[in-house]
Design a protein around this ligand. Structure first.
Ligand code: AMP
Ligand code: MG
Length: 286
């Protein structure tokens, strides 16, 4: 996934937990990494038009949820944006921009046989959601080992259960982007997840202009909102991850309306030092 991870927990010996985590992450990478030519995702992307591929259940679960968020956000979240991501230099290889027409809605899923249809030319990129899923996956792995107190983190997406060794809740800080003067937000994570999207950690510069790694599918170009980051709190890290990316695409105005309509706790940190909280976020802090 091109990032780091950490798992903080107590209630089981590390010798039994560590190999299980390594194995689980390796398995998810082998399924959904677009950096590996031999991943199942790469096989889907390279499959000829009209082919139905059987997917492992984790991959199928992520793709089904990604398509649901794509529908719900009217395509602002687009899991089949791989060509545009590559064209802007954020993907595994450079490919010139092809069709700008969205392809996600042509992908079909068959729940009964756990197969997905490659409609032709759809390049899946699950980077905006797979990290969150992997966090949930590790949380379930710990649950299954009767570990009731943990904080799981992959690339800044977090999920916590129980309390810390010192009886304190798992406090996490929403880091203010370096060039802003926004106060740090401290959140106690109780059986919930938080994810953050934004360009303050990943972006590229061309001719002195900074480009976000989040692509607006409506233009097939990087988003241009004055957003430094968007954080979303949800029951699962997969939902938090997908929605934080979606709200980054929608921008502060439309994104806030969406968050309020769907009762999502969301925090937008803007480059002009404003911190905009959705209704549910403000209620949570109160
Ligand atoms: P995140 O950090 O979770 O917001 O994910 C950002 C990554 O998701 C980017 O580096 C791209 O690989 C991919 N991506 C970019 N734009 C979108 C989009 N509109 N919908 C879904 N995934 C995207
Ligand atoms: Mg995301």
């Amino acid at each position: 996934m091109g990032t780091t991870w950490s798992v903080d927990y107590f209630g089981a010996p590390a010798e039994s937990v560590r190999p299980a985590i390594d194995g689980a992450l390796e398995n998810l990478n082998a399924q959904m990494s677009h950096w590996r030519d031999d991943s199942i995702l790469s096989q889907f992307n390279n499959a000829p038009a009209g082919s139905w591929l059987e997917l492992p259940c984790e991959f199928f679960t992520v793709l089904r949820f990604a398509l649901k968020i794509a529908r719900q956000t009217n395509g602002a979240f687009d899991p089949a944006l791989g060509h545009a991501v590559n064209a802007w230099g954020f993907g595994p290889k450079y490919t010139p921009l092809q069709a700008t027409e969205p392809l996600w809605h042509r992908i079909r899923l068959d729940q009964a046989t756990r197969r997905a249809l490659q409609p032709g030319g759809a390049a899946l990129d699950l980077s905006a959601i797979a990290k969150g899923f992997a966090v949930d996956h590790l949380a379930r792995l710990l649950d299954a080992r009767c570990v009731n107190h943990y904080l799981v983190e992959i690339g800044g997406e977090l999920r916590a259960r129980g309390i810390k060794h010192d009886n304190q809740p798992w406090w996490v800080a929403i880091e203010p982007p370096a060039e802003t003067f926004v106060d740090e937000f401290l959140i106690a994570l109780h059986d919930t997840a938080i994810a953050t999207s934004g360009d303050y950690r990943r972006s590229c510069e061309r001719n002195g202009v900074r480009y976000s790694h989040t692509i607006d599918p409506r233009t097939a170009s990087p988003t241009r909102h004055p957003i430094a980051s968007v954080s979303v709190i949800a029951a699962t890290a997969m939902a938090a991850d997908a929605y934080s990316t979606a709200l980054t695409v929608l921008g502060p105005d439309e994104g806030l309306r969406f968050a309020d309509k769907h009762n999502l706790p969301a925090l937008f940190l803007l480059r002009d030092n404003r911190a905009i909280q959705s209704r549910a976020f403000a209620q949570m802090l109160a």
